[in-house]
Design a protein around this ligand. Structure first.
Ligand code: ZN
Length: 150
């Protein structure tokens, strides 16, 4: 079921429509801002690289392949941010399991990458890009200084 299907619930609030608009492959606005900030700091990453794990392919929003740092920019709605995440009152029976499944999938993806030796950084879309970039940069730089264990 995806937007456009006849049975797809009509978004009941502006927040939901915004969240849906931002859930595109090209990257949400917060993701683009983060990428721009990382690029400005001289950090080079790959966008949406499919990473092989024992649990299947995991595709983070960004990855620093050398230091093995994977970055996810989690949308507040889709990933149930503690500050802005909420289940829409309309079609609750549809959204509740869907959002719960999203959280499970987040945990599974994180665990699968960690098992492969990746460091996983998750930032919320509401985080200011500079702060999020610093979180990512710190992880990448501290990883880059460690000898590669592979
Ligand atoms: Zn949020």
């Amino acid at each position: 079921l995806k937007p456009g299907d006849p049975d797809y619930p009509v978004p009941s609030s502006e927040a939901v429509s915004n969240a849906m608009r931002q859930n595109r492959k090209t990257g949400s606005r917060p993701e683009v801002s983060l990428r721009r900030e990382l690029h400005r700091r001289g950090l080079r990453y790959r966008k949406n690289p499919p990473l092989r794990t024992d649990a299947g392919i995991v595709t983070p929003d960004l990855a620093f392949v050398g230091p093995k740092v994977a970055v996810f920019v989690d949308g507040c709605f889709w990933h149930s941010c503690p500050t802005h995440g909420n289940t829409p009152e309309t079609n609750r029976g549809y959204w509740e399991p869907k959002l719960r499944r999203n959280r499970e999938r987040d945990r599974e993806a994180t665990a699968a990458l960690i098992a492969e030796g990746w460091v996983v950084v998750r930032v919320w879309e509401h985080e200011p890009p500079k702060g999020a970039a610093t979180t990512v940069e710190t992880a990448v730089r501290s990883r880059a200084m460690q000898p590669n264990s592979d």
